[in-house]
Design a protein around this ligand. Structure first.
Ligand code: ADP
Ligand code: MG
Length: 304
């Protein structure tokens, strides 16, 4: 199988930015923001994101919207450090630290949480067990593999309280993570992670697709809860406006052909709901054409 070097290890992007280790407390507390600047990302040599800039401060809710194929998921995969997504330019700083130089687990420890459209199943690992490991690793970033987890009693108590508050059946914690889960159950697992991990920043990609209204509500309540209580900064990535009726963004960005072409407040959500994306394409014909060309070049494959 062909393997390209991981984008975040290629080291040509923003080499001047500190990578931040545990000693760099001063750098880390410098700014409470996720700052994406002029980010360029290519898949298999083809540029998909063509200079995206977007800053999310803690406690803010942003929505990144755009028609299918505009590059929304490309942004979330690049921020995760997926090896197929090559960062060819720009920078991403998380509280002043160079996110693109971090391994996936370092990104999580630095306070970034990513929820995916299609989460992986882990048969044999229960939701509770998975969460206990995840919570321990985030709260004790220096812990070595094999060292103690947070005490079971303490963890159970906390988990039960959070599940209770989110209205999730306690039995759910005993199931294998995402194994045979319905769309709604996957979201439940995600929201539970979010509430337990209390990340500084959360990115949720297409969290509403294929969900019934109860599941959308559950996700939204969970997200709103961490925003209010923990000051989590949230980027909701979505094609549809529906979830944004429950998670109210203060800032809305519209992506087309790999570029943010419109920015505004919640009124943009209403306009898209009423008029769709045609006016965006008409107003930005160059980006619309590039989006079409990309889509045609990649025709047949599933957009994810
Ligand atoms: P969105 O999430 O906004 O629907 P994506 O980020 O999934 O968009 O896709 C952006 C563009 O990248 C699309 O034109 C898509 O066809 C293209 N693309 C996605 N995956 C690949 C790939 N593996 N190779 C080439 N192009 C791809
Ligand atoms: Mg997508």
């Amino acid at each position: 199988m062909f393997e390209s070097p991981p984008a975040h290890r290629q080291g040509r992007v923003s080499a001047m930015v500190p990578r931040c280790s545990d000693e760099d407390e001063t750098v880390r507390t410098m700014s409470n923001e996720l700052r994406i600047e002029d980010l360029r990302v290519a898949i298999e040599g083809k540029e998909i994101l063509k200079g995206v800039s977007l800053t999310v401060r803690q406690g803010e809710v942003h929505a990144l919207m755009g028609p299918n194929g505009s590059g929304k998921s490309t942004l979330s995969y690049a921020l995760m450090g997926h090896p197929s997504y090559e960062v060819t330019g720009g920078s991403v700083l998380l509280n002043g630290c160079n996110l693109l130089e971090m391994e996936a687990d370092e990104r999580a420890k630095a306070g970034l949480f990513l929820a995916f459209q299609y989460p992986t199943a882990i048969p044999g690992v229960t939701v509770a067990n998975f969460l206990r490991h995840a919570v321990t690793n985030i709260r004790h970033p220096d812990r070595k593999e094999g060292e103690d987890l947070i005490p079971m009693r303490e963890f159970r108590k906390e988990l039960r309280a959070v599940m209770d508050e989110l209205g999730i059946d306690p039995e759910f914690a005993r199931r294998y993570l995402n194994d045979g889960f319905s769309g709604g159950e996957k979201k439940r697992a995600e929201v539970l992670q979010l509430a337990m991990l209390k990340p500084a920043f959360a990115i949720l990609d297409e969290t509403d697709s294929g969900l019934d209204i109860d599941a959308v509500r559950l996700v939204s309540e969970g997200v709103n809860r961490v925003v209010q209580r923990e000051g989590t900064g949230v980027l909701v990535i979505t094609h549809y406006q529906r979830i944004l009726n429950y998670i109210k963004p203060q800032f809305v960005h519209i992506l087309l052909g790999g570029r943010i072409v419109e920015r505004g407040g919640p009124e943009l959500v209403e306009i898209l709901e009423r008029d769709g994306y045609d006016w965006v394409r008409a107003k930005h014909p160059v980006e619309a054409r590039e989006a079409e060309e990309l889509e045609a070049a990649h025709a047949g494959a599933d957009s994810f």
